[in-house]
Write a protein that binds this ligand. Structure first.
Ligand SMILES: [Zn+2]
Ligand SMILES: [Zn+2]
Length: 254
């Protein structure tokens, strides 16, 4: 990544170029206060394996995207406010020169081409962060990689073609379909959508949700009597709606 002190015109031109490289669907990046600190390729660990992504560090956010064939066009843009990011340095292991980027919506491993590059990224992100506020949202659990467990981490049955792997959105564990058939709102991922969670996490989350729903009803109607059947119907309808809810570039069989 380039370590640069930019002239304002140059900064603007470079940000415009980044904005353009994401096409018309990308977020507007050019803002008066925004400075492009550096850019480069990092390998991001995802369920489908390690993939090179284009990363752009601004003074207030980190932007990354998948690289389209010729290497100058990017898609699947992700924008993470720097205030919400927490970094964790890791020893070489699964990947060389790797570290962990934790955010409220998603946490993932990245690796740089060299140790120097890794340290530059981590240092620049940390320096930019010191002046920024955090949303205070809890950070998402890092998903346990698919190959890390051959058995469901809740019921210990072996995975196979008929007994597939899924991820609990709350604890990040690899679990089977049966152990993750429930859905619940995980606030740091989405404020209202119900997402796949394991049974253990569901108990805690659902308890919290029910308490909030009860309060809400009491506030609206001035009574606290339950309406279980209606509610359950609505819940299963929503389960169906969000059945395919997946995070970014993961396959539908999450
Ligand atoms: Zn299981
Ligand atoms: Zn869980």
């Amino acid at each position: 990544m380039g370590d640069t002190l930019l002239f304002p015109d140059d900064n603007q031109r470079r940000i415009e170029a980044v904005q353009k490289s994401f096409g018309p669907v990308g977020t507007r990046l050019l803002e008066p206060h925004r400075v492009l600190i550096g850019e480069g390729r990092l390998v991001k660990q995802s369920r489908r394996g390690a993939q090179p992504k284009a990363f752009f560090l601004f003074n207030d956010m980190l932007v990354y995207g998948s690289i389209v064939i010729n290497g100058r066009l990017f898609k699947k843009q992700k924008v993470i406010p720097l205030g919400d990011i927490k970094l964790e340095d890791l020893e070489d292991g699964f990947m060389r020169h790797q570290w962990l980027i934790q955010t409220p919506g998603k946490s993932f491993y990245v690796s740089a081409a060299s140790r120097e590059e890794k340290l530059a990224w981590m240092e620049h992100i940390t320096v930019c962060q010191t002046a920024l506020p955090s949303s205070g949202l809890p950070l998402a659990m890092t998903w346990v990689p698919d190959h890390a467990s051959a058995i469901c981490m809740r019921c210990t049955r072996s995975f196979n073609a008929a007994h597939r792997r899924h991820h609990c959105r709350k604890c990040g564990f690899l679990v089977c379909g049966n152990c993750s058939r429930k859905r619940a709102v995980v606030r740091n991922i989405h404020p209202t959508k119900r997402v796949r969670v394991c049974l253990q996490c569901h108990v805690g989350l659902r308890g919290k949700e029910e308490k909030e729903e009860k309060e809400e009803r009491r506030r609206k109607r001035g009574d606290s009597s339950g309406l279980r059947s209606d509610e359950e119907e609505q819940a299963s309808f929503e389960d169906h709606l969000y059945e395919d809810y997946i995070e970014e570039d993961y396959e539908p069989q999450d």
